[in-house]
Design a protein around this ligand. Structure first.
Ligand SMILES: Cc1ncc(COP(=O)(O)O)c(C=O)c1O
Length: 418
């Protein structure tokens, strides 16, 4: 046979599937089709709550009623599934609604094991709401070590937050998953603090990843939303049923905004993390900071640095850190009132840098002895690094430290310079 033989199209092997695109490409393009009718490059916001049917139960397209599904939510969910390396994602009206729905998917009488320093709202749901349908939660501060002792026949779920809030402790997800899966128990990871750019819990064996989209994923402090991502078809069936039945769904507009945020997540998360690294290193050297009082997983001194290297993209530490200032609670308060660029406010993960004092704000509800046992002292300041120029952030931190600590010593009452 000569080389001039025509190629038989029927027997030509199909081209190899395209390699998986990298994060930045997926962030921009996943779930972002051009509009088929107008060619609009950016998807329109589909505000209609209902969709025409040509006959009974025969909708024109795939949509009927916006609580059940709508184009903007579908596209956002596709983007999150893609970035979390999951088959499916579902969006909810807040991170807290996401937590509630995951817990409600458990049968009555189920038992959950959770890390101790979960987000305060998660702790509140676990301790004050879950028991309404007879779900009990046991907390542990050393989940990798004592999970086997805590598992009971009715244990159905393990809940991990890594890094923890506000002390930035890490959990080795794979170690927990290995033990949990031996007993057929699902592992959920709240990945809010790192975002899918820095950590993909599903790669480490987790079954469900949850997010407060309000934070890094939306990233602009203007949407409250949540999401869960997972691979299993049975989970998709159960959680999508609850999404519709409970109706804690985000609006089409919020989905559109959050999806716009996703498109720059890689740029924002990378910058927030390099800013946080520089600030943490600066704080670690500062005479105005309690020795050994900087909590940041990007520092070699962090007790779980090896986990960060294994679990985080390029060992990045993320955009969150906390530190203990010299001079006690008064100095901590003064620091937060003195910064010029960092705004004194709760929340995190936005483009703008924020500071807060957990003992008086986000964690004020926890009794002092319990707070201090997990490292939340009165002088602890939590910092959410934004994407501003790091040179300005460092100057701001240094000025505020000097005023807060030296100012408090001389008692000159230097106040708010906003
Ligand atoms: C780690 C974490 N998970 C969940 C939540 C709850 O999210 P939302 O405020 O969107 O309900 C938060 C909120 O701060 C959080 O920090």
């Amino acid at each position: 046979m000569g080389s001039s033989q025509p190629v038989d199209p029927v027997h030509t092997p199909p081209p190899a599937p395209p390699a998986r695109d990298h994060f930045g490409t997926l962030a921009v393009h996943a779930g972002a089709p051009h509009d088929a009718v107008t060619g609009a490059v950016i998807e329109p916001i589909s505000l209609s709550t209902t969709f025409q049917q040509t006959g009974l139960g025969k909708p024109v397209g795939e949509y009927e009623y916006s609580r059940s599904s709508n184009p903007n939510r579908d596209n956002f969910e596709k983007a999150i599934a893609s970035l979390e390396h999951a088959k499916y994602a579902l969006a909810f009206s807040s991170g807290s609604a996401t937590t509630a729905i995951v817990l409600q998917s458990l049968a009555q009488g189920s038992h959950v094991v959770s890390v101790s320093d979960v987000y305060g709202g998660t702790h509140r749901y676990f301790t004050q709401v879950a028991h309404a349908h007879n779900v009990k939660v046991t907390f542990t501060s050393a989940i990798e070590d004592d999970i086997s002792d805590l598992i009971r026949p009715e244990t159905k779920l393990i809940w991990i937050e890594s890094p923890s809030n506000p002390t930035l402790k890490l959990v080795d997800i794979r170690r927990v998953v290995t033990q949990a899966h031996e007993h057929g128990i699902l592992v959920v990871v709240d990945n809010t603090f790192l975002s899918p750019y820095i950590q993909n819990p599903i790669n480490h064996g987790a079954d469900i990843v949850v997010h407060s989209v309000t934070k890094y994923i939306n990233g602009h402090s203007d949407v409250v939303m949540g999401a869960a991502a997972f691979n299993r078809d049975d989970l998709r069936k159960k959680l999508a049923f609850l999404q519709n039945a409970i109706g804690a769904v985000p609006s089409a507009f919020d989905c559109w905004l959050a999806h716009r945020g996703v498109k720059t997540l890689h740029l924002r998360a990378e910058r927030a993390s390099t800013n946080a690294q520089a600030i943490a290193e600066h704080l670690e050297q500062s005479e105005y900071v309690v020795k050994g009082g900087v909590n940041y997983p990007g520092l070699d001194s962090h007790p779980h640095r090896a986990v960060a290297i294994k679990q985080h993209l390029n060992g990045l530490g993320g955009g969150m850190l906390s530190f203990r200032i010299q001079g006690g609670h008064a100095a901590a308060e003064r620091f937060c009132q003195t910064t010029r660029i960092f705004t004194l406010a709760e929340s995190l993960g936005g483009i703008e840098s924020l500071v807060e004092v957990p003992s008086a704000m986000t964690h004020a509800g926890i009794p002092q002895d319990q707070r201090e046992s997990i490292g939340v002292y009165d002088d602890l300041i939590r910092v959410s690094c934004g994407i501003e120029d790091v040179r300005d952030l460092l100057v701001d931190v240094q000025n505020a430290l000097e005023i807060a600590v030296v100012g408090s010593k001389v008692g000159n009452g230097v106040g708010n310079s906003h």
